[in-house]
Write a protein that binds this ligand. Structure first.
Ligand code: GCB
Length: 622
């Protein structure tokens, strides 16, 4: 055997032995700047010119060779070419500045009727003035672009990113023009593909484009790139974490953690790689909880940089079938939410839309939200911190994806890593979910358990879960025994009795549950469609009365589960879903919302509100 072959065998054996996938990220996404929106920023939100390019003429030449892979690297729309004075000599078949514009952040589907169903490429261009100052670094930051984004600055490619819901960031210090005149071009492509995450089949609208904030963050040359400031695992009396300096001169620097309002201060020294850990007694810190969402002003100061954040401190753990928040047993009164404003409808565009959704959840009596089925906006996590809502945060590993494709796994793991990076300082976030309704099978178990282990390795201070499926036997027993459950802290499952199976709402109380794990039970979904304003009796599908009866009977049925510690029924508000085709009742909407697409509360809203009032009384004494 040649040494090369021996190496290959050994590597394969090592991978087998690990029983997991390689964790090398496919896309070289550098570590994200922690709390990038909290930096000094130049916003690039607003009007961006765009070109619809279904044939990708701006990316490939007529032989289908990518311009940005050619020798000159030129020829694509990212050149933002302009005819010179000798116009007649040049052929340029596009012009961003004479093209239409749309608002960013914002999906394209809800901004132009002709783009409602569009799946393909759209190019965006924004010019901006920024003369780089000496001794500073500049990071171009996109909150999210769905799905595949090629990003160029002043005609040069910065990189490609896949994943529609996680931030994208490039250090552009060296690419900014000295004159201060710059332009950024983005090729956004929301084409669905089987090997991507999510895959081609989902129950939500495939909103395309630059859907979250765009800005340039400025830092000093040596800067605080990352930090974690949280209570130590299982220890309410210690604040622990780390700080990471980047840039030249990051080694052997003093960094001071200061939580002035709690009289807490510690100075630590970075190692050769710019990293320092700290651990500070924290007896005087008030605990964060939904009833009392106390946040502290936290600062980290080095000789060249200072970052500020508002952070809450709480412990989340499980013991047997209990979920303990700061040591006290908790019932999680939740609701599932999509990142969508049903009133536009379209992707939530910023703080106003997000605050509206969370205010609705509070009106329902929630202390908890499930941010389905993909990472939501960083602002959503900050609002949840501020408003006192616990959060389940999830990656779009949804239904049946390409379990055996290593690139698919690496993509999913990268999205999970970026989600955890974004949310790790938020007290509200208590659950990392690694997926939703994935089918039983060996390759899937390997994929999903690897993700669960990765989540735990990245953050062992929160609970790990996934929304599982169940199966039934003819004796009306519902079984929850998915082997993935072994790797999770909560037994969470989606259950659609009274809608997809189990007869009419009045018939479902005959079911009982057989749950394999001695862990807290979280019903991550149940529900049924109702068209607001359509009335009938409790057996009339699509009527508000049917949905109301379904909620009444679901709550009766679920109360028989001894370990039930919370739920997130499906869903707060009606949302757009391409697969929902009924011309009268659905019209392109999933109507399982408790609130309609015009903001109307349906009858079932009040059923859940009353149940949550009782649960709050039982668990919180109010
Ligand atoms: C589910 C999915 C969710 C769907 C919902 C439905 O189980 O997790 O994404 O929208 O059912 O309405 O069918």
């Amino acid at each position: 055997m040649t040494s090369l072959n021996l190496m290959k065998v050994l590597t394969a054996a090592a991978l087998l032995w690990l029983g997991t996938f390689s964790s090398q990220p496919l896309q070289a996404q550098p570590a994200l700047l922690q709390n990038a929106p909290g930096r000094s920023v130049l916003s690039l939100n607003g009007s961006w010119n765009y070109i619809i390019d279904p044939y990708e003429n701006g990316f490939y030449d007529y032989r289908r060779e990518a311009f940005d892979q050619s020798k000159s690297g030129k020829g694509g729309y990212y050149d933002n070419a302009k005819p010179s004075s000798k116009q007649e000599e040049e052929l340029i078949e596009y012009d961003f500045d004479k093209s239409q514009a749309m608002q960013i952040p914002g999906d394209w589907n809800s901004q132009r009727p002709e783009l409602l169903y569009y799946e393909g490429t759209i190019w965006y261009k924004k010019s901006f003035a920024l003369a780089p100052k000496p001794g500073k670094r500049y990071f171009l930051y996109f909150g999210a672009i769905n799905y595949e984004a090629h990003i160029y600055l002043n005609g040069k490619k910065l990189g490609m990113h896949k994943g529609g819901f996680t931030p994208i960031q490039y250090d552009i210090t060296e690419q900014l023009s000295a004159s201060g005149d710059n332009f950024v071009v983005v090729k956004a492509d929301n084409t669905r593909r089987p090997e991507e995450v999510p895959t081609i089949n989902t129950d939500w609208w495939n909103y395309g484009g630059i859907t979250r904030d765009v800005f340039i963050a400025e830092t000093p040359a040596t800067y605080i790139s990352d930090y974690k400031v949280q209570l130590a695992k299982g220890d309410a009396n210690t604040v622990a974490g780390y700080v990471q300096l980047a840039g030249e001169g990051r080694a052997n620097q003093a960094v001071t953690l200061n939580i002035g309002e709690a009289g807490l201060k510690q100075t630590v020294k970075t190692d050769g790689e710019g990293r320092a850990t700290f651990s500070v007694p924290a007896k005087k810190l008030a605990r964060w909880s939904p009833q009392s969402p106390r946040l502290y002003a936290v600062s980290l100061t080095s000789s060249s940089d200072v970052v500020q954040d508002r952070i809450g401190f709480r412990l989340i753990e499980t013991r047997g079938q209990d979920i303990l928040l700061n040591g006290r047993s908790l019932y999680m009164r939740g609701i599932s939410i999509h990142d969508e404003n049903p009133l536009i409808p379209g992707r939530a565009r910023g703080e106003g839309d997000l605050r509206m959704l969370l205010t609705w959840a509070k009106e329902l009596g929630c202390n908890y939200v499930r941010l389905a089925h993909y990472p939501h906006n960083e602002t959503m996590l900050k609002l949840a911190d501020e408003m006192g809502l616990l959060v389940w945060a999830e990656v779009p590993v949804y239904w049946t994806i390409a379990w055996e494709n290593p690139a698919t796994y690496q993509n999913a793991e990268q999205q999970l890593t970026d989600l955890i990076s974004m949310g790790k300082n938020r007290a509200s976030v208590v659950v990392w979910s690694v997926g939703n309704e994935t089918p039983l099978g060996e390759p899937r178990l390997k994929f999903m358990s690897s993700l669960a282990k990765k989540a735990r390795a990245l953050d062992d201070t929160r609970l790990i879960s996934a929304a599982l499926e169940l199966h039934r036997t003819p004796d009306n027993v519902v079984h929850v025994d998915d082997p993935l459950g072994e790797f999770l802290d909560l037994t969470s499952f989606n259950e659609y009795a009274g809608w997809y199976w189990g007869g009419k709402p009045g018939e479902i109380t005959k079911y009982t549950f057989d749950i394999k794990y001695n862990k807290p039970v979280m019903v991550s979904e149940f529900g049924g469609d109702a068209l607001a304003g359509y009335h009938g009796d409790a057996n009339t599908r699509w009527s508000e009365e049917y949905q109301e009866a379904l909620y009444v009977n679901q709550l009766k049925m679920l109360s028989t589960i001894p370990g039930l510690r919370g739920m997130t029924p499906w869903i707060l508000a009606d949302f757009r879903a391409t697969r929902r085709q009924h011309p009268v009742y659905q019209n392109g909407f999933n109507r399982k919302g408790l609130i309609s697409s015009t903001g109307q509360r349906k009858k079932a809203f009040y059923v859940l509100q009353e149940y949550y009032r009782q649960m709050a009384q039982k668990y919180d004494g109010k």
